[in-house]
Design a protein around this ligand. Structure first.
Ligand code: SAH
Length: 251
């Protein structure tokens, strides 16, 4: 029997939307791929870069009905690589930041499939840059925390006390569904009602929208403007800089 050469899986961060935020390595590997598995957060313009010859597979994301369960994605990756293919697993942002990249790699290790990981621009970095909000600033914030507003069981349970802290920027991923709860909890734990907040919708894409408000008003502002996913919350004094530093779509 002919022995099939083992392929490889490349777990690649596609960045938050703007295709030019792909790394050179991501771009090169994408162009050489035999099979590409991608999910909902990967921008359309990036999907268009996938070569005609490659097998494109949409695997959705866990919350949607039309997506493949995580275990099936994991085994599909291993199966395609074992058939000898160069497999690209394309993820929005960075694969190791709220991207389940770790889970997918564990299965590959179990199956003896070789892999590489290519970092991507995470939503926090992309949205902050394109909204004009430095996440740290010597006058306003000496630290920044990345949090998820959505836990595995669907609840939002964050270490609220630690989050109400001076000179700290909070970046909340997946915070839209739980926005009311998040803002109320932060207020309850002592955050100033006038704490500035930005909601960045579809950051770095041509459709990016940025809404700045305060922690007490953010839920109403997001509701009135019908903010949709994907959206990122940036909470902290640094948000006041947006007025001066916003550049995207301006110049
Ligand atoms: N691995 C990704 C995050 C996946 S979690 C990364 O590193 O960016 C999905 C969440 O990321 C979304 O709910 C949203 O909060 C955020 N997100 C991803 N892309 C975004 C974008 N273009 N604009 C705003 N938020 C985004």
């Amino acid at each position: 029997m002919r022995k099939i050469m083992m392929g490889k899986v490349y777990l690649i961060g596609a960045g938050p939307g703007d295709p030019e935020l792909l790394t050179l390595k991501a771009y090169r590997l994408l162009k050489q791929a035999d099979v590409v598995l991608y999910d909902r957060l990967v921008g359309q313009e990036i999907i268009e870069l996938i070569p005609e010859s490659a097998e494109k597979m949409y695997v959705g994301k866990a919350k949607s009905l039309h997506s493949l369960p995580q275990e099936d994605i994991n085994s599909l990756l291993a199966e395609k690589a074992k058939q000898g293919h160069q497999v690209v697993r394309l993820k929005g942002g960075d694969p190791f930041i709220f991207g389940r990249g770790g889970e997918e790699l564990e299965e590959l290790i179990e199956e003896g499939v070789p892999f590489e990981v290519v970092p991507g621009v995470t939503a926090a970095a992309g949205c902050a840059a394109y909204a004009g909000i430095p996440l740290t600033h010597r006058d306003y914030a000496q630290s920044v925390r990345f949090l998820t507003g959505h836990l595995k069981d669907g609840t939002t349970d964050l270490p609220w006390e630690e989050l109400v802290h001076p000179a700290q920027t909070l970046v909340i991923y997946m915070g839209l569904t739980g926005l009311k709860d998040i803002s109320q909890s932060l207020l309850k734990f002592g955050m100033s009602p006038t704490m500035p907040v930005a909601v960045v919708e579809k950051g770095t894409s041509k459709a990016q929208r940025v809404f700045t408000s305060t922690i007490i008003d953010v839920f109403d502002v997001a509701t009135q403007n019908e903010v949709k996913s994907p959206a990122l919350l940036i909470i902290g004094e640094v948000v006041t800089l947006q007025d001066k530093l916003a550049w995207y779509g301006k110049y």
